[in-house]
Design a binder for this molecule. Structure first.
Ligand SMILES: Cc1ncc(C[n+]2csc(CCOP(=O)(O)OP(=O)(O)O)c2C)c(N)n1
Length: 632
């Protein structure tokens, strides 16, 4: 759409412009912003439902608060597109989540208005409290605001922060953006409690009270007190949040600027920790997203007039789908299997499992720490828990993994999705560190399937162990290998030689085996599918090391401490002195972009590996005809 479709929005280049608008124009601005947002996400793909739900709240926050002096911290940050559009980044929205373009999350390096980098959930209250305490200590008169969704509110970390903040005397406002949805429907007692707060008489009555009182416009402080007292009168006893020490205000309609703006203006004049409960609708203003906020949580590109379409040719099977199918098949054959997700039912491929095995399915909320210890408890009682978790989110539960699972050597399977680069979500979501952080823990094994079929087989192997085992697999589709239907595992801790070459041997861990095989073809090297980062197949490793001049390790994970480091340690321990080139992710955070292009930019595609191996080991490479002499 041409810019002339957004006359007001076009005039806003930063929130100071917004604050100059008369209140009466804000409704029009919200319509333009919503239309612009929809068109923009439809062109780039990205988060949609959550952003459509925060249009009015974003306008109100920047209108009432003196941003960026006043700090606004957005939890998760997937709902910050309206914020980006209003804070000078409108023209760059078409670059969203692409290499060199805007991030899909707030980033301190991207804008002064992005006060805190988020993407993993439930950090906002802690960060905003830190900013509020800093303002108090430095004698700065500014506000700190955390905006957190009802899904993110289920995490322990959010409650740790409330517990800390409620007894402080700093200027902190927590806004609960309650849309009664996480990515999928929300779970747990908190959700039930929030529904009670919003239900029936109280919500409508409180809304009416707010509006009537506001019309009379007495002095602000008094007004705020009156709203609060009258609202409280309708709901005594005190809310959970008041018990934490917050002044609870709401719930109010988060799409009604006439409710939001006066309420925020009043809150600005209150001291001590404030808690505003705002009710919004995921997907607001785009009927298709309102009807199916899950599908529109993070769509790819689409035509807004038509909505999401199923692809014309069947897409390649993803690792996630392979996992989901394996989970159902294994559950069918072994009644001890129970499966746990920390709020990632769709992303982890568990929709079908929940449908077929509801009693053995646990969505524990955004609570990775709890998910892992809960699995440990299940395992203590003889069940066989499978924790389906993204590599990056397992970082949250590191102590639980060590203290509750590994020390007790409990048989928990960790199905680690999104291991490696993830593309558009960028550094916060990359599964770069799991091999280093897992392989140093005693009792824990780490499998790295090279393709879809091995993924299924190694999940079965993992399930058959009496110890904790992680199976790490990347985002998206693999090599396109047909997946066998059986539940037989591969041998535990064993790799295989996939190509016999000479001079140089490439040891591949995971799906980079396939480009490595092409490198093998090009340079006549041996290629080994190592399959396990821990335990290493020591027999195979030493045999291959002895038969070659030099080794190359390849993994889609951090080089430092990764599988290549494990190889170096093993060679050292065996007293074998071989030159080793380690290929993998460098000591740097890799920003968002197209995954294949990112891998290529890091030299992890076939051409990059050929170049690296040739550059380092040209003297060791052996022309093709000599190949079979060295490795049988
Ligand atoms: C620690 C962590 N676990 C899981 C996720 C994946 N995730 C992203 S958004 C989201 C749901 C958030 O729900 P809510 O806070 O209610 O926001 P909404 O999208 O509903 O506005 C989840 C589970 C995450 N970002 N961080």
């Amino acid at each position: 759409m041409p810019n002339s479709s957004y006359p007001l929005l076009q005039s806003i280049n930063d929130p100071a412009d917004l604050r100059r608008l008369p209140r009466a124009q804000l409704g029009q601005l919200a319509s333009e912003l919503r239309a612009f947002l929809l068109g923009s996400v439809a062109r780039t793909g990205g988060h949609l439902s959550s952003n459509l739900g925060t249009v009015e709240l974003t306008i109100a926050l920047h209108y009432v608060f003196n941003t960026p002096q006043d700090r606004v911290v957005w939890d998760v940050g997937h709902q910050t597109y309206p914020h980006k559009i209003l804070t000078g980044r409108r023209e760059r929205m078409d670059s969203l989540r692409q290499a060199g373009g805007l991030s899909g999350f707030p980033q301190r390096t991207e804008s002064d208005y992005d006060t805190f980098g988020t993407a993993h959930s439930s950090t906002s209250i802690s960060a905003a409290l830190g900013m509020a305490q800093a303002a108090r200590i430095k004698g700065e008169n500014r506000h700190s605001v955390a905006v957190i969704g009802d899904g993110a509110m289920t995490a322990g970390m959010a409650f740790e922060a409330l517990n800390n903040a409620g007894v402080s005397d700093c200027r902190l406002l927590v806004i609960l953006n309650d849309n009664d949805m996480s990515i999928s429907p929300p779970v747990g007692a908190l959700n039930r409690y929030l529904a009670q707060l919003m239900s029936g008489r109280f919500y409508s009555a409180a809304k009416a009270v707010g509006k009537n009182v506001l019309k009379n416009a007495p002095p602000l402080l008094e007004l705020a007190k009156r709203i609060e007292e009258q609202a409280k009168g309708l709901v005594a006893p005190a809310t959970l949040f008041e018990k934490f020490g917050f002044n609870y205000i709401g719930p109010i309609d988060g799409h009604d600027l006439d409710a939001l703006i006066p309420t925020l203006e009043n809150i600005r004049h209150l001291t001590g920790p404030q808690f505003l409960h705002v009710v919004t609708k995921k997907g607001q203003g785009y009927k298709r997203a309102e009807a199916d906020p899950v599908a529109y949580h993070g769509p790819g590109k689409f035509d807004p007039a038509v909505g999401l379409q199923s692809p014309s040719s069947p897409p390649k099977q993803t690792f996630t789908q392979v996992f989901g199918q394996w989970l159902c098949d294994m559950a069918q054959s072994d009644h001890r299997l129970v499966a746990i997700t920390p709020a990632m039912r769709e992303g982890s491929g568990m929709v079908e499992f929940e449908r077929r095995f509801p009693d053995r399915y646990f969505d524990v909320g955004i609570a990775e720490q709890h998910a892992v210890t809960f699995a440990a408890g299940l395992a203590c009682e003889g069940l066989k828990p499978v924790v389906a978790i993204y590599s990056t989110f397992l970082q949250r539960a590191y102590d639980q993994l060590i203290h509750d699972v590994a020390i007790q050597d409990l048989p928990v399977v960790f199905a680690l999705d999104r291991a490696g680069l993830v593309g558009a979500d960028g550094a916060t979501h990359a599964g770069a560190y799991d091999i280093p952080f897992l392989r140093c823990i005693p009792n824990v094994s780490v499998a790295c399937p090279a393709d879809e079929n091995e993924c299924r087989q190694l999940l079965s192997t993992a399930f058959g162990q009496d110890h904790p085992v992680a199976v790490r697999y990347p985002r998206g589709a693999g090599a396109g290998v047909p997946v066998q239907s059986g539940l037989d595992g591969l041998p535990f801790g064993k790799g295989e030689i996939r190509r016999a070459g000479a001079g140089v041997a490439i040891l591949a861990f995971g799906s980079l085996l396939y480009p490595a095989l092409q490198v093998g073809q090009a340079l006549n090297t041996t290629v080994v599918n190592m399959r396990w980062a821990k335990p290493l197949d020591l027999g195979l490793l030493l045999e291959v090391a002895r038969g070659h001049e030099a080794l190359v390790t390849v993994e889609e994970g951090a080089i430092m401490g990764g599988a290549g480091s494990a190889v170096l340690e093993a060679l050292q321990a065996a007293g074998l002195n071989k030159p080793v080139l380690q290929l993998g992710l460098p000591d740097a955070f890799i920003a968002h972009g197209d995954p294949a292009k990112l891998l290529a930019s890091l030299g992890l595609d076939t051409a990059g590996m050929v170049a690296a191996v040739s550059a380092r080991f040209s003297a060791c490479l052996v022309p093709g005809q000599l190949a079979l002499k060295v490795v049988a």
